[in-house]
Design a protein around this ligand. Sequence first.
Ligand code: PMP
Length: 420
Amino acid sequence: LEKPSMHVFEEMESEVRSYCRSFTTVFDKAKNARLWDKNGNAYIDFFAGAGALNYGHNNERIRGKLLDYMLKDGVTHSLDMATGAKERFLTRFNDVILKPRGLSYKVMFPGPTGTNAVESALKIARKVTGRSTVICFTNAFHGMSLGSLAVTGNSFKRKGAGVELSHSVFMPYDGYFGPDVDTVKYMEKLLDDPGSGVDLPAAVILETVQGEGGLNAASPAWLKSMEALCRSKGILLIVDDVQMGCGRTGSFFSFDDTGLEPDIVCLSKSIGGYGLPMALTLLKPDIDQWSPGEHNGTFRGNNLAFVAAAEALQYWANDEFRKAIELKSRTVRAALERMAARHPELQGEIRGRGMIQGIAFAEDGLAERLCQAAFDKGLIMETSGPRSEVAKLMPPLTIEDGLLEQGLQIMAEAMKELAE
Ligand code: PMP
């Protein structure tokens, strides 16, 4: 089958378009972890909307609830107003997610995107502490608005701002200097030293695994000692779980098994269940010091997203889903280990955890070539990392076992081609 023409996109879309340049076709249909283009070519989706489709494309359980809601003329858009759909979402979020974990958070709807969640988190942390700087990490990714970009460690994207990005101090993430340097101690020393030039910040913002920054995973011990450092100095801890949350690493919150209790948590991407735009900023009750209307936006009341999100949370009502993700994660790990072992000359290093793993290559360009070769064989996957050096897999968590194996097989074939 031939690929459809890309003419309209090349003619009309801004040069800023990115992913579509490597996926040179026009997609028209999607089901769980499958995509089809206009000409009927089938693809396996190991990209999953950059983490927005953890429950797959056109999830039937969620779609059923959406169709039912629409057919009954449910309210679709309501800004900040109270609606039945929002009430059902909040109640379920409390019953299925917060209560069983013994967590207490106020829920803020900051706008439709992950960037909105981060922006609101940075603002409230500054308001609550009365301090202006925020500590962030090498290779972090938190969003494209000026505030969130200021805590994003990607110089190419930072340049796009056109202004100086300020009020952020970058510290080395876990493992940045290799396994022997304790970067929490390093940071503590800088904070304690009156000569270091590092002021006491309002907050520390971190990802538990850096999704865009190269699949760097912080160890639970690093996260716990970072939390302890924050507590000892009165610094607020913000965990950006926009990409790693909603099950990507195997549990609903990426920090579930660490005992971490962040002051603020940012969620988006898959919280909207069906790929619908939605974000949450979770605030410890004493941090919720907003005055009414102090931070708002038109799209905080997408009731279709509330309906989809409430149904998606049902996946977390028991342990079955978690167990299934765990098994699939092991399948991915084993396959990546086999690929790396088969081609030692490519010097691939396996990174990530749960259903976000990949292979980092020492040589520039290899990961991009791997993803391109995979696409030519019908597998969609993306690169990550500051030099696009990581070939990253993040299929829907609901992917069928057979299709997961098939996708991994295609990746292995693409890797073999690379080695030839
Ligand atoms: N934080 C993290 C960790 C992300 O991965 C992303 C998106 N890749 C964002 C924030 C920004 O989210 P959005 O693109 O929805 O604004």
